[in-house]
Design a protein around this ligand. Sequence first.
Ligand SMILES: Cc1cc2nc3c(=O)[nH]c(=O)nc-3n(C[C@H](O)[C@H](O)[C@H](O)COP(=O)(O)O)c2cc1C
Length: 399
Amino acid sequence: MYFNSPRKMSVKPKTNIADLFQNAKDSGTYLKICAPMVRYSKLEFRRLVRKYGVDLCFTPMTMTDSFCQSEKARQVEFSTSDDDTPLIAQFAANTVHEYLSSAEMVYPYVDGIDLNCGCPQRWAMQSGFGCALLKDPELMRDLTSTLRRNFPSDFSISVKVRVQKPLAQTISLCQQMEKCGVTFLTVHGRTPKQKIKDPSNNEFLREVKQSISIPMVANGDCKTLEDGDEMHRIIDCDGVMAARHILSNPTLFSGKYDTTPLECVQEWLNICHAADQNIVFSVFHHHLTFMMEKLIQRKLRGPFNSFTKKQQVFDFIDTELGLRPQPIYVPDNIKCVYDETNYRNRLNDLKIETTKKKREAYSSENTPGKFFLEKAKEDLEDSDCEEEELFQTNMFDIV
Ligand SMILES: Cc1cc2nc3c(=O)[nH]c(=O)nc-3n(C[C@H](O)[C@H](O)[C@H](O)COP(=O)(O)O)c2cc1C
């Protein structure tokens, strides 16, 4: 499919992602990358990790159907500021017109677009998103080559995949993506069937890297800077991406601390205090739950997890850690303006109707999320907090 899309002026200076990889390689090193994480890799967290050695950030995965159809979805799912660069927007897509339209709308604010082909959750697979795309290389080619044709060649187009067995399938897919002109690939060293507790396979990642010429980011089980260095050495990758362990220690890539230091909690308090209404309570709170795992006694974690108000959190951290938010300067969020014209024209061309219901029904995160709930359940074992207390409270008040 071919679409002609008019070029739009960028409102944020662009970083050339291919150059970023090349510069790292020329210096004998690799890019340190904060993974796309639903709920968590948002503007304020990106601001935090960039202070601690992260070279490149991804937004959380956003569904292209909601992004195209709902202004509310766009406002809730995406925010940025002048200091939020380099930045890649990740989408879950299964149609070319929605993928291209979403990419065009967000183009002025980011340095690249990434296609999620790694989400193994059942709802995503059933709807043909995430890992389901790994079984449809033709659609993957269509999605990525359409973007490549419609954006400047120095604008990054990338894909995130998981390894599959036999590995030859992954190698073939990555080679096809290279032919479609993607700027780089991220490969997660677990198969779609593997659980997050299973080890990520660096040997597989090395084989994939050897089979392609574009930069490759290795993902899976990077817990420390030493792990990142080791992955770089073994796999010869161009970047290392961390997810769960950068949540528990945002300073991971600085190599200075094995666990989150107090100064990082202080930074987070300051960033969130400055963000004020721009950050929802649950995001502010969950990050502290992950970061403070080693900083507060186990028996206090349950009660902490059940908090529902910012002030409760501030008071607790003041009492337990002696930290209070300090005023800092942060650049204002950019007022993102999205142009739906191309999307509407494509719907007309393709004779697709969107229902008013779908356009207006967008509701953002209204459950605490599996990742947080699993951590919170572990913490309950050793605390005095009642399970009901934690799960019956509305943890999604926007404070
Ligand atoms: C809370 C959470 C949210 C995630 N959201 C996304 C996402 O939006 N897009 C994506 O491609 N992967 C997502 N992932 C997967 C990670 O990016 C990464 O591939 C995976 O966790 C393996 O890396 P790790 O071993 O460093 O955790 C998510 C993982 C976690 C823990």
